[in-house]
Design a binder for this molecule. Structure first.
Ligand code: SF4
Length: 351
């Protein structure tokens, strides 16, 4: 029998493209939902042929803008998942939401069909910054959605972006105070990165320096009342995103939808999976160990120092750089300082 797999479902449509966004998504406010639903359900059936009747601990609808989906589309996909696989009784079922695409009635419809976690893209409390980012909602839309969702029997998260031109550690700390006032149990704080082939990539933006960005990152850690559990994620104990935690811990997952990818485990062999499963390539155990390091070191609890991990790391680097990386309780983890330069650490750590 195949082991449990987490499920990621990609919804590739957005109302419009945001100025910073390099995700696989298209501006398409009225997609052909019949065709989309048919495609996703067919993929689920194809996976069932390949992998059998698996147990599913988490389902995450990401995008794009999953909250653009009509409730009936979400319900049909959830029913297909339940028909084909065993969705665990305590499964976490998450949706990413843009406040411009969801109201109380739609949220209640999602909840009636199994949603139990909502991740809201708030990004900023400043309407001018939201316009600059190209978001199609204002701060009050987002706050109203948070307030309504807070009355429903679901877990809630909100995403924010910092490091815009002219942002300072003080401005980011002020944003964190406003987040604290919302009494969220989970939020994600993403540094604005300028990607080529986006509107921002074509503009000459006067971005904060690396040192200024590091100061903002430190200000977040010092101001938010939620503890950091991953480079960009903060939550009270027990309110971490289970789907992401499972993946960062190296658990298998299937990506469904054109822009999705996964890591699938069948008969003790790991496979890289992309798109609708047409690309399905075995992964060597050393390569998989490196992937686990890259993802696991993002988390505050780090990764277990098991034999596969030991094989691919340079333990001298760990011993010589306790300010960046440490071993505790047989787990290897980045320090607070190390989190800021994680990419450099990984380059030096892996043999
Ligand atoms: S809503 Fe999200 S996925 Fe869509 S364009 Fe904006 S940032 Fe990208």
């Amino acid at each position: 029998m195949t082991c449990p797999h987490n499920i990621y479902i990609h919804v590739p449509y957005c109302l419009a493209k945001c100025n910073y966004c390099a995700f696989f998504s298209t501006a398409c406010p009225r997609p052909d939902w019949v065709q989309y639903t048919h495609g996703i359900c067919t993929e689920i059936e194809n996976w069932t042929q390949k992998i059998g009747r698996i147990t599913v601990p988490t389902v995450f609808f990401g995008g794009g803008t999953p909250s653009l989906m009509p409730v009936s589309v979400f319900a049909t996909i959830m029913n297909k998942l339940r028909d084909c696989w065993d969705i665990a009784n305590d499964a976490e079922i998450s949706i990413e939401a843009n406040p411009a695409t969801i109201d109380s009635e739609k949220l209640d419809g999602f909840i009636e069909n199994g949603l139990n976690r909502l991740s809201i893209g708030v990004q900023s409390f400043d309407d001018e910054k939201l316009r600059f980012l190209g978001r199609r909602h204002n701060a009050s839309d987002a706050i109203k959605l948070i307030e309504y969702a807070g009355t429903r029997p679901i877990r809630l998260s909100a995403d924010f972006i910092y490091g815009l031109p002219n942002d300072t550690a003080k401005a980011v700390a002020d944003m964190c105070h406003q987040i604290n006032d919302l009494h969220l149990t989970h939020c994600s704080m993403y540094e604005l990165t300028i990607e080529p082939n986006t509107p921002f990539g074509k503009m000459k933006l006067d971005m904060p320096s690396n040192d200024a960005m590091a100061d903002m990152y430190i200000a977040i850690g010092e101001t938010l009342k939620l503890p950091r559990y991953e480079v960009s994620n903060y939550a009270t104990a027990g309110n971490e995103c289970r789907h992401n935690m499972n993946i960062w811990d190296g658990a298998p997952y299937i990506g469904i939808g054109r822009g999705a990818s996964g890591r699938v485990l069948i008969d003790n062999v790991w496979y890289e999976q992309m798109g609708n499963g047409e690309i399905f390539t075995p992964i060597a155990s050393d390569t998989r160990a490196v992937e686990r390091i890259i993802m696991g070191l993002r988390t505050v609890r780090g990764i277990k120092l098991d034999p596969e991990i030991k094989k691919v790391i340079n333990i001298d680097y760990v011993n010589n750089h306790p300010e960046y990386i440490q071993v505790r309780d047989n787990r290897i983890r980045a320090t607070e300082h190390g989190m800021i330069i994680l990419d450099d650490i990984i380059l030096n750590l892996v043999k």
